[in-house]
Design a protein around this ligand. Structure first.
Ligand SMILES: O=P(O)(O)OC[C@@]1(O)O[C@H](CO)[C@@H](O)[C@@H]1O
Length: 396
């Protein structure tokens, strides 16, 4: 396995280059998210004023500190707040800027302030709409036909459901054209280590799986279906589902979203309800546990994870890391040459790890030179951010 120390560090992504994808997220997507949040609930004048102030700060101003009594002030101090405060949002690491934006957005709507708005998720209306959509009905109905297929086909379908479910993230839809297909000249999967993934989960009933979730709604539903399948097939004996401690990156899953998705499954007709019951009983007997570690919303790479989380992930047979943002945190939010070995940039991870991700940002590693050349020849650099390609990468 290539060692991390053999791999020169690539530049950290910043948002200060006009025309770049990170710049467009800070300059266009964040103001659009503030607009969306204003419309999500009848917020009071002081909340609108706080949103005005955040809009001014994040587009034309500098990074402001959290309130002195913020419950997580110490976390943010240890995550680099002092070094970033007073600088523009465009000049600090992009990952830091984005993560802090969501923290300040929740501050503005009173999510952490004792009172009637405490704990009200500004993104819940859009998450619920997605869960209630006809597309979700169709996806769940497809489970009925799947039940008659051979076991390995069912495994594969549910793995791919979880993988491509990552395309359905609500923040991403604000800036990407929907429905674009990968060109016929380039494969939808740019890397596929799924055979290795399955070999790590034999039918022994003894494996522990950690799944680090990404989005709620149409991504979390197939993630839960995959967990149910792995539990019923004995490929996994115990599963830990890691979600965010508070609403984040528009549609990221929280514990409340897990419960909404689970209720959606148990109330559905046909096979979907059976999956729902499997998950319900696994939660009640302790085979499926939901975790919301503060580090899940940290603006840092997983290389910097704290000891308690490291210990938990070290004990897992496999950790499945879902989505684009988690991929950025797994390999480091850097402009790596695409052929940089995935095994080298994930050498820090405490145990076997698999990334399931659709490509929605510039960060990419682990491609072979031929695949990269074919992608560039067909699409320029659009394949990196368009969400039309995906990968399954494993480090054992
Ligand atoms: O993690 P996810 O939901 O797959 O994607 C998150 C995302 O939409 O947000 C970031 C930009 O804000 C990008 O990394 C990525 O495109």
């Amino acid at each position: 396995m290539p060692d991390r120390s053999d791999t020169p560090l690539a530049p950290v992504l910043l948002g200060n280059e006009p025309g770049s994808f990170p710049h467009s997220v800070l300059a266009e997507r964040h103001p659009a998210i503030i607009r969306q949040v204003r419309e999500s609930f009848p917020y009071a004048p002081q909340q609108h004023r706080a949103l005005d102030a955040l809009l001014a700060s994040c587009t034309k101003g500098v990074i402001e500190p959290l309130p002195a009594d913020a419950y997580d002030g110490e976390h943010w101090a240890s995550w680099g707040a002092d070094a970033c405060t007073g600088r523009t949002w465009f000049d600090v690491p992009w990952l830091w800027s984005e993560s802090y934006f969501y923290r300040q957005l929740l501050e503005a709507v009173g999510y952490f302030t004792p009172g009637p708005w405490q704990g009200i998720d500004p993104f819940r209306p859009s998450k619920l709409a997605e869960l209630d959509s006809p597309e979700t009905d169709e996806e769940l109905a497809a489970l009925d036909a799947l039940a008659d297929r051979p076991a390995d086909e069912q495994d594969r379908a549910l793995l791919h459901g979880s993988l491509w479910g990552n395309r359905a993230d609500l923040g991403f839809r604000m800036s990407a054209a929907q429905g674009e297909a990968a060109t016929s000249k380039t494969p939808p999967l740019v890397a596929d280590d799924s055979e290795t993934l399955w070999s790590l989960l034999p039918h022994s009933g003894s494996a522990t799986l950690c799944l680090i979730a990404d989005n709620a709604g149409r991504e979390l539903v197939p993630d839960l279906l995959l967990i149910a399948r792995l539990l019923t097939q004995g490929r996994v004996g115990r599963a830990l589902l890691h979600v965010k401690p508070y609403p984040y990156y528009v549609s990221d899953a929280t514990h409340a979203d897990v419960l909404d998705a689970l209720r959606r499954l148990t109330k559905a007709p046909g096979a979907a309800a059976t999956y729902g019951r499997v998950l319900w009983s696994a939660m009640t007997d302790g085979r499926l546990t939901v975790r919301a570690h503060p580090f899940a919303a940290a603006p840092l790479s997983y290389a910097d994870m704290p000891g308690d989380l490291r210990e938990e992930l070290a004990a897992a047979t496999l950790t499945l890391v879902k989505g684009d943002l988690n991929y950025r945190r797994l390999v480091g939010d850097r402009l790596w040459p695409p052929t940089t070995p995935f095994t080298a940039v994930t050498a820090h991870f405490p145990g076997p790890v698999a990334a399931l991700r659709t490509l929605k940002s510039d960060v990419i590693t682990g491609l072979d030179a031929r695949t990269e050349a074919a992608l560039v020849a067909a699409e320029g650099q659009k394949w990196r951010t368009g969400g039309t390609h995906a990968l399954i990468q494993v480090r054992t």
